[in-house]
Ligand binder design. Structure first.
Ligand SMILES: C[S@@+](CC[C@H](N)C(=O)[O-])C[C@H]1O[C@@H](n2cnc3c(N)ncnc32)[C@H](O)[C@@H]1O
Length: 288
């Protein structure tokens, strides 16, 4: 994320395969069952929030029943341009073409009217950037329109370096990850961000409104084969820590050099915890 709060197409592309590999099966299956049970509503209307270049649609469309009409929302028109080109040729799980429309909107102004006639709301790698108030508004909108939601890849703060499957985190890692977590709670344009507390805030918001929840871990487990992504992460975390703790630059530099070198030599795996959540206003069999 740059200083203007924008994400680069190259960063989103670098993480896409790891995101796809990490996805949890149970929330996805629950979302698929929810749509399949809404036979009278087809074509299904799917609203993807913070779509970026469309990675979430590329993962979900071929795994969900159709016919599907996707509505992609992002404030970055350039990313939406990439998304439409790459998502338009996709097919649903029965091999039928999907339909895609894009909407350049600021999610700050989340409106309940966007959710009218939507069967399933989706978002990936978004909800750690938003505030608790924003999640409450989102949950209210879903409850008002009896819409289900699939929110994937929200960070949970569980970060581990592993050597031969043994966790090797030390006190400097703990300090750096606390500093990073504080940076993740800074306002990213949608209020004070939830950061690593997003998974819990989502469960609470939807449970309070009587939604049925399917929640599961969706971690990245990056081996030396995924070194470029692991090295980008380390670089990004060190940059965030320098912003958060400018007086500790030397300590951050030492941490960064040590962990970067070990990853670069293929001595470490990197585990980054996320969670996926499906929430529905009623069980799938009752949604038709
Ligand atoms: C981490 S990226 C995830 C993109 C995509 N969902 C994926 O999984 O690759 C977060 C996305 O949220 C969008 N975003 C962040 N703040 C936003 C805002 N205030 N309004 C609209 N979109 C926003 C960014 O432009 C970016 O595309």
């Amino acid at each position: 994320m740059n200083a203007a709060g924008m994400f680069s197409e190259s960063w989103l592309a670098r993480r896409e395969q790891a995101d796809h590999d990490a996805r949890a099966a149970v929330p996805l299956q629950a979302a698929s069952d929810w749509l399949a049970a809404r036979r009278g509503h087809a074509p299904w209307q799917l609203l993807d929030l913070g779509s970026g270049s469309g990675a979430n649609v590329r993962y979900l469309a071929p795994r969900l029943p159709g016919p599907q009409h996707w509505h992609l929302v992002d404030h970055d028109d350039s990313l939406l341009g990439h998304a439409v080109g790459r998502c338009q040729p996709l097919r649903d799980n029965a091999g039928m073409p999907i339909h895609v429309t894009t909407h350049q909107r600021d999610l700050h102004a989340l409106e309940a009217s966007w959710f009218a006639d939507i069967d399933l709301v989706t978002a990936s790698a978004l909800c750690d950037l938003v505030s608790a108030t924003w999640v409450e508004t989102l949950a209210d909108a879903c409850a008002t329109h009896r819409t289900a939601i699939l929110i994937t890849l929200s960070v949970d703060g569980n970060i581990r370096f592993q050597a031969d499957d043994v966790v090797v985190n030390d006190a400097e890692d703990a300090w750096l990850f606390e500093t990073l977590a504080a940076h993740q709670r800074r306002d990213k344009g949608l209020g004070p961000a939830l950061g690593t507390t997003a998974p819990q805030a989502l469960i609470q918001a939807f449970t309070t409104r009587g939604f049925h929840i399917a929640d599961a871990e969706s971690p990245w487990h990056l081996t030396p084969a995924q070194r470029p992504l692991a090295l980008s992460l380390i670089d990004g975390w060190a940059a965030a820590a320098r912003e958060q703790a400018p007086h500790d630059r030397q300590r951050i530099e030492r941490w960064w050099q040590r962990r970067r070198e070990a990853l670069d030599r293929g001595h470490l795996d990197l585990y980054v915890g996320h969670r996926d959540l499906f929430a529905a206003p009623e069980p799938a069999h009752a949604s038709r």
